[in-house]
Design a protein around this ligand. Structure first.
Ligand SMILES: *Cc1c(COP(=O)(O)O)cnc(C)c1O
Length: 238
């Protein structure tokens, strides 16, 4: 009964249809257009074959959070017309590698990393789009990485002044167990401050499987979706 087997492609197609519907509803609720939202499929822990299937289903943006895994998948999918996003915490000593394949780095959170990425991008002869990751936590709900809102505009300035880097905008991860609405509202305020100086820094990367609606409400241009597209990862922190 081969024809009754649900293939991985069917599964991904069904998840993508549900996600597309969620985004359409979230946009309709706040008077935005789905075309304003780019879905970054966060494929960490899932095989390159899944990236290939997602590309076949029309997705063009892929996100990874670990350098080695990302580099391997990028190499395995070099024939596909994809934009590669690095969304995880980044060590300076991985900057060389990441700048060789990443088109967008979402996790720029300190000056030493700006310097390292700028040198690495120039070495690779590439221009890498960098997003300033902003800590949108509160004393009650710990942030999940990023520079403080106060210091974000200064870090954005440093990115904009760095050869090899293009300031793309901002990114945040909402604190665990807290209302994402307030967190993304704080991110939107920081984004507006930065855009006032850098009108081209239009990317607002916010929203994951659990909180994309709140992110769309607060102006997300990029949502980073793992679980809702690919299913549950084998380990909670994978
Ligand atoms: C894993 C990850 C995501 C995707 O998370 P889901 O909840 O599975 O959608 C988004 N952003 C970052 C930074 C991640 O590490």
């Amino acid at each position: 009964m081969e024809h009754l087997r649900v293939t991985r492609r069917d599964e991904l197609a069904a998840n993508l249809a549900r996600l597309t519907d969620r985004i359409a509803k979230a946009c309709a609720a706040v008077g935005r257009l789905p075309a304003e939202i780019t879905v970054v499929a966060v494929t960490k822990t899932f095989p390159a074959d899944d990236v290939r299937l997602l590309a076949d289903l029309g997705l063009r943006d892929v996100g990874e959070n670990r350098d080695r895994e990302a580099a391997e998948k990028h190499a395995a999918c070099a024939d596909l017309p994809l934009t590669w996003h690095f969304v995880g915490q980044l060590q300076r000593n991985k900057a060389r590698s990441v700048a060789s394949y990443a088109d967008v780095v979402h996790s720029v959170d300190r000056l030493s990393l700006v310097t390292a990425l700028s040198a690495a991008a120039q070495h690779a002869g590439r221009e890498v789009t960098a997003l300033v990751q902003v800590d949108v936590g509160t004393p009650a709900a710990d942030g999940r990485g990023g520079v403080s809102a106060d210091r974000a505009p200064g870090l954005a300035e440093a990115v904009a002044a760095s050869s090899g880097l293009r300031l793309g905008g901002v990114m945040a991860v909402a604190p665990l167990g807290a209302d994402p609405d307030g967190a993304f509202a704080r991110l939107a305020r920081v984004a507006a401050r930065i855009r006032a100086e850098h009108p081209d820094a239009a990317i607002l990367s916010a929203g994951m499987s659990a909180d994309l609606e709140a992110a769309v409400k607060h102006g997300a241009t990029h949502v980073r979706i793992g679980t809702a597209l690919l299913g549950h990862r084998p380990t909670p922190f994978g």
